[in-house]
Design a protein around this ligand. Structure first.
Ligand code: 1HN
Length: 362
């Protein structure tokens, strides 16, 4: 935004020579720093995105209505309805870097195969019966599972069941768009594998704790080769953290009453996706997390339970399915009324790599 030049109270006080100078800057495609400095370099992050909560009770019925009215097929590719941050009007973005959408697939529907450089995942709040086919490997989707679609892998979805299914999609679309790094290709029509194995090939090869195939030890992969992180494992890990901490062992939980796990790439131990951090948090009933602000933005979804979130001082009640956008440097604190499980994704891997990550407890 152009501001009044620092050396003048208003345009009217500019000399003829100064006015001519600003016109000529504009004519030659130039902008002087002294009119822009505070916007370019705020004292602390001043996001356009705002903290916001979308309620599942609103999202799901709208997705179901779209299911009745809007076919899924080539061109549109997905019946996905993205949340649009009110601070980023008209853009299908949860935050400046993250896309979050509810996707709905009806009985016997197929979302056609394609690939793109954007990284993606699906997180399943409820239901089952859809297989996402990632580079030819059919991966079952069930409640609580995290399914990965790293950039440039072909993927389509099919629902051979008599019931519709909806889930949360997360992608780094806004980041890829802002950096002009997007590529997209259609897959071949009709080749989405319609088989329905209980376990994907990827899980059979990579899904054994602490065991890496020797054939795959020569090179690490930037994104995780494991396509599915199953709820039974996530749940068991969170339960164990709280139990071990309750036995008096330290360094196990994030803070008292707050267990958390990060979905990781078994080849590197780092984040499962290069641009997107994915985590599951459990806050025990009656506990509250310390208020914290971080650079970079995140999106949360309540997986189970009830509580409240306070975002820059604004408290909102939460129930299962609610989706929350947290802009950069927004102060977040969570209270659990019942045991509260929350899925979280963020752009933290980007900013950690670039040495732009900061965190501050209030
Ligand atoms: C996509 O491929 C999926 O595969 C979901 O389910 C959302 C949004 C924009 C572009 C591609 C999916 C998407 C998407």
């Amino acid at each position: 935004m152009t501001q009044t030049p620092a050396n003048a109270d208003s345009d009217a006080e500019l000399s003829t020579a100064e006015k001519q100078l600003y016109e000529d800057f504009n004519r030659f495609g130039l902008i002087p720093l002294w009119t822009e400095r505070e916007d370019l370099m705020p004292t602390a992050p001043a996001p356009q995105a705002v903290p916001y909560v979308w309620h599942w009770d609103d999202l799901y019925p709208l997705a179901a209505r779209a299911g009745d009215l809007i076919p899924v097929g080539r061109g549109g590719e997905r019946r996905a309805i993205s949340v649009s941050n009110p601070g980023l009007p008209g853009l299908p973005y949860a935050t400046p870097t993250l896309w979050a959408a509810i996707q709905y697939l009806g009985p016997n529907e197929v979302a056609p195969a394609h690939r793109h450089s954007q990284n993606a995942f699906r997180f399943v709040l409820e239901g089952e019966g859809v297989w996402t086919v990632v580079d030819g490997d059919p991966v079952a989707m069930r409640r609580g599972d995290l399914l990965l679609t790293p950039g440039w892998q072909f993927h389509g979805h099919h629902n051979p069941h008599p019931k519709p299914m909806a889930w949360l999609d997360g992608l780094d679309i806004p980041f890829v768009s802002a950096t002009d790094t997007g590529f997209f290709e259609f897959g071949e029509d009709g080749v989405t594998d319609r088989s329905t194995p209980h376990r994907s090939r990827s899980e059979r090869v990579w899904g054994h704790p602490g065991l890496r195939p020797v054939a795959a030890t020569a090179e690490d992969t930037p994104n995780s080769p494991l396509a599915a992180y199953r709820w039974e494992h996530t749940d068991a890990a969170l339960t164990a953290q709280l139990e071990v901490a309750a036995d008096g062992h330290t360094g196990v939980v994030t803070e008292p009453g707050h267990a958390a796990v990060r979905f990781s790439n078994p080849t590197t131990g780092g984040d499962a996706l290069t641009t997107i951090r994915t985590e599951m948090h459990r806050v025990a009933a009656g506990e509250r997390t310390a208020a914290v602000r971080e650079t970079g933005s995140s999106v949360w979804q309540v997986f189970d339970g009830a509580g409240a979130i306070t975002l820059d001082g604004m408290r909102t009640d939460l129930v299962r399915g609610d989706v929350i956008a947290v802009p950069s440097w927004c102060e977040v604190a969570i209270e659990a009324r019942t045991d509260l499980d929350l899925f979280r994704f963020s752009d933290a891997p980007i900013f950690e790599r670039l040495n732009l990550a900061r965190r501050e407890y209030s």
